[in-house]
Design a binder for this molecule. Structure first.
Ligand code: TYD
Ligand code: MG
Length: 455
């Protein structure tokens, strides 16, 4: 017996409720709940209409995951070496960040390598696409373009093609299936259209690339299940006002997570940045307090970034904590440790923290560099220009080990840094021309910074 239960689904974010309410508690949108009858099986094996399944031994299973390289090296790295045949990739990002530009450049490159490419836009007209292609200098005659939004039509076209190709859908939120009554952009339309397109793509070994919009909170709009349905989810990040763009793999069934590719938006499209550390550090100034260099790891790639802190007396009852590129709760924790373990008083101070270059840091290993920048600003002592920091800070003020120290040190040494601040417990192969300051607790860092200033 199956039992029907009433369920209400928010058409904006996909949250479920057992009764109707006017405002979704998750995304705060009004009037977005729609009734959806869901069937809940009760009593297994009862009157099920299923059939017995056949199992396989993995020894009898063959696979051919050959990849197609795009020759945009930064993108190939994020993908783990190019697109895998039959894979589905979802690219999310804020409006105007450069998703359409990247994908047009991508099909331009692949068409040049004689791959069959189809570019379908539900957002722009063909003349708009042509204008962009001209701007990017793409020879577009080998690419098939269409401006359609009906996902069934696209699926049928792909299926009848029966040849491997690269299919770009810009964007999944504009696609719809005419069989469903809801309008494009709703959860059910997004889910159903994506499902239809994915099935067609997998059947024909098509490389499917979907563009996804972001919600206010920075997640891909529509059901979370969309991220589960695809093989890779990439986010295109960066500040719209800065020209640097970072493509980050959030999920990748064929490569590493958190791998990043760095681009610069130019007049004629996105240009790859081969040595991002040098770019992120290019505007550093000497003898300024409140900046520290962190040797971070993004996926498998080491990257040096500058962390800037400005600590000033607050005129407000609750001091401000303004932060760009790092986690606010992590900063609160760090401030508490600095207060409690190092007697650095921050409770009446405003703290502004910025990771230069528009990159976002997720690693706990950045704690030590952030702490160094804050201490340097509070004490008004510039840190030595050629020093780098990495280490995680625990609540008792202890400095903990991080992963892959050698990789971090090698990148730093390449760019001329020779003074490393790192956890005591970290085992590293010592490089003779470098000086190492090992730290057991955060207090050691404060003492070292003061001592270095006196020397
Ligand atoms: P776009 O690819 O349309 O962004 P998305 O598809 O993510 O919404 O990028 C548009 C922005 O990029 C727009 O503000 C103009 C800028 N741009 C350049 O600076 N140079 C270029 O060559 C192109 C094509 C766009
Ligand atoms: Mg676009």
């Amino acid at each position: 017996m199956t039992k029907s239960i009433k369920q209400f689904v928010c058409q904006s974010c996909g949250s479920n409720y057992s009764r109707w309410i006017g405002k979704c508690k998750q995304c705060n949108e009004w009037n977005t709940l729609v009734e959806n009858n869901n069937y809940r099986p009760s009593g297994a094996l009862s009157k099920s209409k299923g059939k017995k399944i056949n199992f396989e031994k993995l020894d009898n299973v063959n696979y051919d995951y050959s990849r197609i390289k795009t020759n945009i090296n930064e993108l190939d790295r994020v993908l783990g070496g190019g697109f895998v045949l039959g894979s589905v990739t979802l690219i999310g990002g804020d409006p105007g960040i450069g998703k359409s530009t990247l994908l047009l450049q991508l099909v331009g490159n692949l068409a040049y390598q004689k791959e069959k490419c189809i570019y379908i836009s539900g957002e722009e007209s063909l003349s708009q696409i042509k204008m962009r292609a001209d701007r990017l200098g793409i020879k577009s005659n080998d690419i098939e373009f269409a401006s359609v939004t009906n996902a069934s039509d696209i699926a049928i076209t792909i299926n009848s093609n029966r040849k491997k190709c690269i299919l770009v859908i810009d964007s999944i939120q504009t696609m719809y299936l005419p069989e469903l009554d809801s309008s494009p952009g709703t959860v059910s339309q997004i889910r159903a259209s994506a499902h239809e397109l994915i099935i067609a793509a997998k059947k024909t070994d098509t490389i499917l690339i979907l563009v996804g919009h972001l919600t206010k909170d920075g997640a891909i709009a529509g059901p979370k299940v969309l991220e589960h349905m695809v093989d890779a989810v990439l986010y295109f990040e960066g500040d719209n006002n800065l020209q640097y763009r970072i493509l980050r793999s959030f999920k990748n069934r064929f490569g590493a997570n958190n791998e990043i590719g760095v681009f610069e938006m130019m007049n004629n499209g996105l240009k790859e940045i081969v040595n991002p550390s040098a770019i992120f550090l290019s505007e550093r100034q000497k003898n300024i307090s409140g900046t520290a260099i962190f040797s971070g790891l993004e996926g498998t790639r080491p990257i040096l970034v500058e962390i800037q802190a400005l600590v000033t007396h607050s005129t407000l009852g609750t001091p401000r904590r303004i932060i760009v590129g790092w986690d606010i709760s992590r900063l609160s924790m760090l401030c508490a440790v600095l207060e409690a373990r190092c007697k650095i008083h921050l409770s009446n101070m405003d703290i502004f923290l910025n990771v230069a270059g528009g990159i976002r840091l997720f690693e706990p290993a950045a704690d030590l560099a952030v702490a160094a920048a804050i201490i340097s600003s509070v004490k008004n002592i510039p840190l030595s220009f050629n020093s780098i920091f990495f280490g995680e800070i625990g609540l008792s003020g202890e400095i903990r080990k991080v992963t892959q120290p050698e990789l971090r040190i090698r990148e730093a040494s390449k760019l001329g840094f020779n003074k490393i601040y790192l956890p005591t417990k970290q085992k590293v192969i010592i490089n003779k021309d470098m000086s190492y300051n090992t730290l057991a607790v955060l207090k050691d860092l404060v003492n070292l910074i003061i001592k270095d200033n006196k020397d």
